[in-house]
Design a protein around this ligand. Structure first.
Ligand code: SF4
Length: 277
């Protein structure tokens, strides 16, 4: 009997409490000690971590952001055209759309947007049931271009099975419990699938940019998120990820195109690179 069939049989024969235990073990991350903040709501984290504890290194964050926004108006970046949050079929029912959005986001870590988009679009041809019942090697073949495709295939198949038996997650707290989902993905999922902006999703491009200029010298995505959230009004939070990610894809790349950048005059990284000994 195939593994999926075994799981389906286990589901069909289980009582409600047994089913919850199976789901908990198979699809969700292990529970951490009460001290851990990874699964608590962002609002709780914010209330227990005063902003005064976060060092503000640049009071001109909003001015810098406005200059980046101007640069972003000049041309589209991959995130604008093929960002993972854009790979879903608006003609499908809402539950399917939510599944497609979260699947696409789960494919995206450590992978370029155009590659993620190619694989996510391939999966749009398959229903949630198809993916829940698909053999893992077949699923890996469909997403082979993304990095860590073996692990991601397993997580996506698990998500399909979870969605069939429990429905797609509807809150940040439910979403971040799922294996393969971190803070950035859960926040983007809430934003795209539910139009609820619960925080600023932080990605590797944003960390690089913020440390170079610097907006804030900080490698922790959570600390950077809290800092940025303190600098902008809530109504602005929803656009910040896409604006900064696009800037990181177009100009402030790992090998930056500083000659095209309007922040040269204030950028610490640029000054360091262009200071003669
Ligand atoms: S000057 Fe160079 S390093 Fe600094 S923000 Fe612009 S592109 Fe990035």
């Amino acid at each position: 009997m195939r593994q999926t069939q075994k799981v389906m049989l286990a589901f069909s024969e289980a009582t409600t409490s047994e089913l919850n235990e199976i789901l908990e073990h198979r699809f969700f991350k292990e529970k951490k000690s009460p001290k851990s903040k990874s699964k608590t709501s962002l609002s709780k984290q914010q209330s227990t971590a005063p902003m005064s504890a976060i060092k503000q290194e640049n009071s001109g964050t909003k001015n810098i952001y406005e200059i980046i926004k101007q640069m972003r108006l000049e041309r589209n970046a991959p995130v604008d055209l093929v960002g993972p949050q854009k790979c879903f079929d608006k003609d499908k029912d809402i539950e399917t759309q939510r599944f497609q959005i979260l699947t696409s986001l789960m494919l995206s870590p450590q992978t370029k947007d155009d590659v993620t988009s190619k694989c996510a679009n391939r999966l749009l041809e398959y229903t949630m049931n198809d993916i829940a019942n698909m053999d893992e090697p077949e699923l890996i073949k469909l997403i082979y271009e993304v990095n860590f495709n073996v692990t991601k295939a397993k997580r996506i198949k698990d998500l399909a099975q979870l969605a069939i038996y429990k429905g797609m997650p509807k809150t940040f707290e439910e979403t971040i419990k799922i294996k393969g989902v971190g803070e950035k993905i859960a926040l983007l999922y809430m934003q795209v699938a539910f139009q609820r902006v619960e925080g600023i999703p932080i990605d590797v491009n944003m960390i690089r940019i913020c440390n170079r200029i610097p907006i804030l010298k900080e490698k922790s995505p959570t600390k950077l998120r809290k800092f940025l959230e303190s600098q902008f009004e809530h109504k602005e939070w929803g656009e910040i990820n896409e604006t900064l990610v696009g800037f990181g894809q177009q100009i402030c790349l790992p090998k930056p195109k500083c000659d095209q950048c309007k922040l040269k005059d204030i950028c610490e990284y640029y000054k360091l690179q262009n200071t003669s000994d």
